[in-house]
Ligand binder design. Structure first.
Ligand code: BES
Ligand code: ZN
Length: 628
C-alpha cells in the first residue's frame, strides 16, 4: 500500500472515530466494570470475565408454561479460565463456547435467595458462550396468566418482573445492577399474541408470532423485561404511546394523555431523554407493583386507571427512572436509595411543573406519613439510606426509607444550596455518569467536591452523615405542610364533632390524594351508623379508584362493616398489587387473629398473585401452600 493511501485511511479512520464517538463511548463503557465492583447478591466475577452483549432466542409455550431459549453472551475476557453466571431454578441443557465446542460447566450449591452460580470453563481467548436452557415452574420472575386472569378474559398473558434479583430465574445472566450489556432477541409465541420487551418494540401483531428486538444502550439485567398477550398499541404523542389489552386501551390512553408533557418537563429539568421512545404497558391486575421502569417500556398496574388522571404521578416516577436508575444505576442493592430517592425527588419536580406546588405538597405529606410509620416499625439499621442487605433478600430494602428519606435528603440539599445550583449539579451528574453505576460513597464524594464544599457553613447544616449513615428522620428534615390537606382536616373535624353531616362537607374538586388523606385520618372508632353515613354520602364501597377502595377497606375490616365484604373479597381476588395486599391482609389478621378469614380469602386469591406478592403474604399468614 502506498503512503498516500495509508494517510488517507488514517484520516478516514479518524473521521469515523470522531463521528462515532458517542457509540465508541457507549461501547467502551459496557465493558467498563468499576475496579471496586462488589455485589453481595450476585455470584458473578465480572473483573475476570464480564458479559457485553446478549443474543436471546426463545420459544414461549403457554401450554407447558415454559420458555425454551438459548442465551448467547459476548464476553469481555480478562484471561480468566472461567466465567460465572447467576441462575435460579433453570434447567440447563447444553453450554457452548466459541467455535461451538461443548464446554465444561457446573452448577454450584443452591442458595435459597441467590440461586446457583453457573461456572463455565473458558478456553484461552474465548469470546462468547451460549447457554441452552428452559425455565421451570419455579421461575419467580414469570407470571403466566390464564385467560380468566386477564382484563379481557379471552387470551392468556405472560409478563416478567426482574428487579431485584429475579432476572436469573428466566435468563442465565450476571445478575448485578453493576454489570451492563446490550441485547437483541427473537421470541416465538402464539400468533394471536403480541410480544414486547424492554427494547425497540412492534406496534402490531404479525402472522407468524415471531418478533425481533434490539436494545442498543447498555442496561443491567434487572431491566430485562417481556410481556406477551392480546395487546394493542395507541399513540399518545410523537415519542410516546400506550399498550394494553383491547378492553383497556381507550381508558389507558385517556388516563395517560399528559405523558408527553411529562417527558418535556423531565428533559427540561435534567437533560435529554436517551432511550428513543417512551411507552407504557398497562398490565393485568395481578402485576405486583405500581410500576416498573423497564427501559423504553414502563410496566404499569391497571389500578392507576382512575378515570380522572389523579394517579399519574406513578408515570412521572417511572419516567424519571430513565435518568435516575436506568442511566445512573445503583451499584448494588445496598445503594437502592440512589435509584428510588432520586426518582421520587425527580417525580415531584415533574409533577410540580405540571400541577404546581400545592399538588406536590399533598404527595410530600403522604410520603412523610408513610416514612414516619415505616421508620417506627423497622429495625434502626434498615432506616439508614446506605443499607446492609448482605445475606438477606434485597426485597427487604424496598421500604419508604429509600424512597422518602432519600427524596427528603435531596430536598434538604436543594433547600440549603438553592434550586438553581442543585439543578445544575443534577444535570451534570446525569450527564457525567450516564450508563455507569454509582455507589453511595462515590456520590457523596462527587457531591462534596462539586457542591457542598463550596460553602462549609451550609455543609454543616446539612448533616449528611446523619441522613446517609444514621437511623430515623434527622430533625433538620424539610418542613412538610399542605394547605389542601388542612382543608380536608377541617372538613373531617367538622364532621366528627357533629357540626355537619357527611353529605354537607365541601368535597367538590377533591383528588384521590385528598380522599386518601380523609380516609387515613378518620377517627379510630366509628359506629356502624357513621360507616353507613360515609359510605352513603361518598360511595366508597363502589369506588372505581383502587387507592380509595384500599384505604376504605382498612376501616371496613376494622369496624366489621358488612356491606363492604363482597367488594373487599373481589378486590383481593383480582388485584395483586402488593402495596394494597399487605395492609389489607394485616388488617384482616388484626380483626381476626385466628387468621381464618384472611386465610379463606387468600386461598381463593393466591392463584392470581405473582410470586413477589405470594412470597410476602405467605410469610405474613404462615401460609402452607398445598396446591402444588
Ligand atoms: N423500581 C421500582 C419497583 C421495584 C423496586 C421492584 C424494587 C422491585 C424491587 C418502581 O420504580 C417503583 O418504585 N414502583 C413503585 C411506584 C412508585 C410511584 C413509588 C411501586 O410499585 O409501588
Ligand atoms: Zn421507583
Amino acid at each position: 500500500m502506498r503512503y498516500t493511501n495509508i494517510a488517507l485511511l488514517f484520516i478516514v479512520g479518524l473521521l469515523i472515530a470522531s463521528c462515532g464517538s458517542k457509540e465508541t463511548k457507549t461501547e467502551m463503557k459496557q465493558a467498563d466494570i468499576p475496579k471496586d465492583w462488589s455485589d453481595p447478591h450476585s455470584y458473578a466475577k465480572p473483573l475476570e470475565a464480564a458479559v457485553k452483549h446478549l443474543n436471546w432466542i426463545a420459544q414461549v409455550s403457554f401450554k407447558t408454561k415454559k420458555i425454551k431459549a438459548s442465551a448467547t453472551w459476548d464476553i469481555e475476557n480478562n484471561n480468566a479460565d472461567s466465567i460465572v453466571f447467576d441462575t435460579r431454578n433453570l434447567d440447563i441443557h447444553k453450554v457452548l463456547v466459541d467455535g461451538a465446542e461443548e464446554a465444561d460447566y457446573y452448577l454450584g450449591e443452591n442458595n435459597p435467595v441467590l440461586g446457583q452460580p453457573l461456572v463455565i470453563k473458558l478456553p484461552e481467548g474465548a469470546e462468547w458462550v451460549a447457554i441452552n436452557y428452559s425455565t421451570t415452574k419455579d421461575a419467580e420472575a414469570l407470571q403466566w396468566l390464564n385467560a380468566q386472569q386477564t382484563h379481557d378474559k379471552n387470551n392468556p398473558f405472560l409478563f416478567t418482573q426482574s428487579q431485584a434479583i429475579l432476572a436469573r430465574t428466566w435468563i442465565p445472566c450476571q445478575d448485578s445492577p453493576g454489570i451492563r450489556f446490550t441485547y437483541e432477541a427473537e421470541v416465538k409465541s402464539r400468533p394471536e399474541l403480541l410480544t414486547l420487551m424492554s427494547a425497540e418494540n412492534p406496534v402490531k401483531k404479525n402472522a407468524d408470532g415471531i418478533y425481533k428486538f434490539k436494545m442498543t444502550e447498555p442496561i443491567p439485567s434487572y431491566l430485562m423485561a417481556m410481556a406477551i398477550g392480546d395487546i394493542e398499541f395507541q399513540k399518545i404523542g410523537e415519542q410516546t404511546g400506550v399498550y394494553a389489552e383491547p378492553g383497556m386501551i381507550e381508558a389507558s390512553a385517556n388516563e395517560f394523555a399528559n405523558m408527553d408533557s411529562m417527558l418535556v418537563a423531565a428533559e427540561k429539568l435534567y437533560g435529554k431523554y436517551r432511550w428513543g421512545r417512551y411507552d407504557v404497558i398497562v398490565l393485568p391486575p395481578s402485576f405486583p407493583f405500581g410500576g416498573m421502569e423497564n427501559p423504553r417500556l414502563t410496566f404499569s398496574t391497571p389500578t392507576i386507571i382512575a378515570g380522572d388522571r389523579s394517579l399519574t404521578s406513578l408515570i412521572a416516577h417511572e419516567l424519571a427512572h430513565s435518568w435516575s436508575g436506568n442511566l445512573v444505576t445503583n451499584a448494588n442493592w445496598n445503594d437502592f436509595w440512589l435509584n428510588e430517592g432520586f426518582t421520587v425527588y425527580f417525580e415531584r419536580r415533574i409533577m410540580e411543573e405540571l400541577y404546581g406546588k400545592d399538588y406536590v405538597n399533598m404527595l410530600r405529606e403522604l410520603g412523610m406519613q408513610d416514612l414516619k410509620k415505616e421508620v417506627s416499625e423497622l429495625p434502626a439499621r434498615d432506616t439508614w439510606l446506605k443499607l446492609d442487605l448482605d445475606g438477606r433478600n434485597p426485597d427487604d430494602g424496598m421500604t419508604s426509607v429509600a424512597y422518602e428519606k432519600g427524596a427528603f435528603f435531596l430536598e434538604k440539599i436543594e433547600e440549603l444550596y438553592g434550586r438553581k445550583e442543585f439543578d445544575k449539579f443534577l444535570n451534570t451528574y446525569f450527564d457525567k455518569f450516564a450508563f455507569e453505576t454509582m455507589t453511595t460513597e462515590k456520590f457523596v464524594s462527587y457531591l462534596d467536591s462539586s457542591l457542598l464544599s463550596s460553602d462549609t457553613a451550609l455543609k454543616a447544616k446539612l448533616r449528611l452523615n446523619d441522613w446517609i449513615y444514621g437511623p430515623g428522620i434527622p430533625d433538620n428534615a424539610p418542613e412538610v405542610t399542605s394547605e389542601r390537606f388542612q382543608r380536608v382536616e377541617s372538613a373531617l373535624k367538622a364532621w366528627s364533632d357533629g357540626a355537619f353531616e357527611a353529605k354537607e362537607l365541601k368535597t367538590a374538586g377533591w383528588t384521590s390524594h385528598e380522599w386518601l388523606h380523609f380516609l387515613r385520618n378518620l377517627p379510630d372508632t366509628l359506629s356502624n351508623e357513621q360507616m353507613t353515613e360515609l359510605d352513603k354520602s361518598f360511595g366508597f364501597t363502589k369506588s372505581g379508584n383502587s387507592e380509595i377502595l384500599a384505604a376504605w377497606f382498612e376501616h371496613t375490616i376494622k369496624h366489621n362493616y358488612k356491606p363492604a365484604d363482597d367488594a373487599l373479597e373481589s378486590f383481593l381476588v383480582s388485584v395483586g398489587r402488593r402495596k394494597f395486599l399487605v395492609p389489607l391482609y394485616s388488617a384482616l389478621t388484626e380483626a381476626d387473629p385466628s387468621k381464618n378469614r384472611a386465610t379463606a380469602i387468600y386461598k381463593k386469591a393466591r392463584p392470581n398473585y405473582h410470586s413477589v406478592s405470594t412470597n410476602t403474604i405467605d410469610e405474613m399468614l404462615n401460609y402452607e401452600n398445598d396446591e402444588e
